[in-house]
Ligand binder design. Structure first.
Ligand code: BDR
Ligand code: CA
Length: 308
């Protein structure tokens, strides 16, 4: 079977970096583009981070296209408390030897969608600003998108506020545009990603792999673990964004249910919440990920990292 063409739209970010490496190491995917968005850190930092991680991976023929430097409507929020001032604190990273594309992310995505041999899967693992702009500017390209598989939202509590998950909270208006666009959509939210916790046995497994890429992942997880202990009092961190990539590589790893999801845009205490209606009162606009095959997930992650 030919590999699924994907565009990664990200805000690296420790778990974004791991997601990128898993995608690059998977023969089931063809990464046709990488775009960045402001989120965990400023756009300049997330873009530099994407280029540095690609440099470690030795990826050829890919450039990084930088996208939106702020949310559509709301004031900007960043996540330096989790990812540090650089957005990728912890590992020692090389200077980037990967170019930043001249065209902005949205035009880059549009060009790649038009040129692709088959409809492309978008995997956004940050705020949905770029994807919302793409859908609004080029509605005719919706048919070139096979599916959008987003890490964001939650069926339960949030992680920035009691109600909202970070990627949803950082640009709720953009999320609203995407959830109302009528495109095929899967939401891989916190309720799913908290099943993918990088416990010490997982880190040991990755550390046993040779080469600079597994080393980088171990260093990323060390910093990420410290952040999750300090901020959330969790002993080990969920590798959120890698779950969205894994769900595309092997859909059998992630059980999803159809549901209507609305993004709260008005609530004083609930701004950015993804309100999931599983009762069927409103027609489904989304597949909501609910259950992860944990051991299958870590097998997939370690096998992908071992290939790089
Ligand atoms: C999401 O927020 C970011 O900090 C992570 O990179 C992930 O995409 C988890 O809420
Ligand atoms: Ca992210």
């Amino acid at each position: 079977m030919s590999p699924t063409p994907v565009i990664l739209d990200m805000d690296p970010g420790h778990d974004d970096a791991i997601a990128m490496l898993v995608a690059l190491g998977s023969p089931a995917l063809e990464v046709v583009g990488i775009t960045t968005v402001a989120g965990n850190q400023t756009l300049a930092r997330t873009t530099r981070n994407a280029c540095r991680v690609l440099t470690v991976a030795g990826a050829r023929g890919l450039e990084v296209a930088a996208g939106a430097d702020r949310p559509l409507v709301r004031d900007q929020v960043l996540a330096a408390d989790i990812h540090g001032e650089s957005g990728l604190d912890g590992p020692i990273l090389p200077d980037p030897r990967v170019a930043v594309a001249e065209e902005p992310a949205v035009l880059h995505m549009a060009r790649l969608l038009r040129a692709a041999r088959a409809p492309v899967t978008l995997i956004p693992t940050g705020p949905l600003t770029n994807v919302a702009l793409l859908l609004r500017l080029f509605p005719e390209l919706a048919g070139r998108i096979r599916e959008i598989v987003w890490m964001g939202g939650s069926t339960r509590e949030g992680n920035v506020t009691p109600a909202a998950e970070f990627n949803a909270f950082a640009d709720p208006e953009a999320a609203h545009v995407v959830f109302t666009a009528g495109v095929a959509l899967r939401m891989v939210g916190l309720n799913l990603t908290h099943q993918a916790v990088a416990t010490p046995d997982v880190v040991e497994r990755i550390a046993a792999l040779p080469g600079p890429v597994p080393r980088l992942v171990v260093d990323l997880l060390e910093f990420f673990t410290a952040s999750y202990r300090r901020v959330f009092a969790m002993p080990a961190p969920p590798v959120h964004d890698a779950c969205a990539v894994a769900a595309v590589i092997d859909p059998g790893l992630v059980t999803s249910v159809p549901a209507h999801v609305a993004v709260e845009l008005g609530g004083r205490h609930t701004y950015g919440a993804t309100v999931v209606d599983r009762g069927g009162a409103r027609p489904a606009n989304c597949q909501v990920a609910v259950e992860l095959d944990r051991s299958g997930f870590w097998d997939l992650v370690t096998a992908a990292l071992a290939r790089l």
